[in-house]
Design a protein around this ligand. Sequence first.
Ligand code: TXA
Ligand code: MG
Length: 352
Amino acid sequence: MLDTIFEKVDNLNPNNDIVALKKAANILKNNGLVAFPTETVYGLGANALEEEAVKKIYIAKGRPSDNPLIVHIADKKDIYPLVDSVPKNALILMEKFWPGALTIILKKSSIIPKTTSGGLDTVAVRIPNNKIALSLIKECGFPLAAPSANTSTKPSPTIASHVYNDLKGKIDMVIDGGSCDFGIESTVVEVCENNITILRPGSITKEMLDNVVDNVTIDKSILNYNTNILAKSPGMKYKHYAPLGDIFIIDGNIDNIVSYISNCLENDKKNNIKSIVIASDETINNYSSFDTLSIGSRKNLELIAKNLFKTLRECDNLNINKIYIESFLEEGIGLAVMNRLKKAANYKIIRV
Ligand code: TXA
Ligand code: MG
């Protein structure tokens, strides 16, 4: 068991807490693990170029070894040593979206250990848009491999206590930099000379990518759940984001959704099953005789994305066995919300 250090760092002015940042950088220089905030979710960082350090990430998270990690850098020029070459369309994306929630996959160079790339010959890279993350990477002087800082299969952490609850005793330090701006992981794209494939939807949407580059497609495994279609992104094939209770997504006309869920909750009550509905502002009053968690307004899908993982974790705190959630429009960031939800529900979708 490690004695996990927990320290707050000012997210507007990380230099006010330079002592804590230097402590974190020292741990990373000695091949240790430090969780830190990004604008998407908290990341679990290790030196991306040191096999010994990166191995510890897989162990701490209980992550399958073929699931590659994202390498975080602080400056665009720092991508060049990590990859074979940077095609023009990748450069356009970097210019437009970095720092930001876009992860770009390219052919890797030989300095990226196979452990970091999960055995693949490609590497995923991004510049996070978070002052603490950027200061930490600069203080280290090397890129940080950082998956989401949750135990494998759990919802990604959007505040420091989520990380601490999952990983205390297993990692060296958690930097508390408050809550993450987006609350959902970055958009992951694979870039080839002539086409760009979205392997994981996120807050940078297809529409936003289409505005700056040509030939953007969404990987088939995201649009259709079909076990015959193998996910290109290894992480997308695993059970993920799941709370302990069973989740059911109810899809259809909103009035039908409300009456279907109300019936289920009524039945569960009779059978002494602890269940809850995750409802939107627009519908929550319809469930007043049941236990509810509010996830925000349907008109603000960004806010729903931000609340999603926090709300799923709340279900665990309440020891809920069955969770009903209303579906959302698969448009813009709604595609990312529904992608995470479907995986959390293990594709249990009831159409009413
Ligand atoms: O927002 C984020 O991306 C957060 C923060 C911490 O930066 N990180 C994150 O990492 O979500 P992780 O490891 O939880 O998810 C990375 C995803 C996985 O689905 C993984 O399979 C995929 O990216 N990925 C990484 N490298 C890849 C590669 N070379 N080829 C295909 N997929 C890759
Ligand atoms: Mg993850």
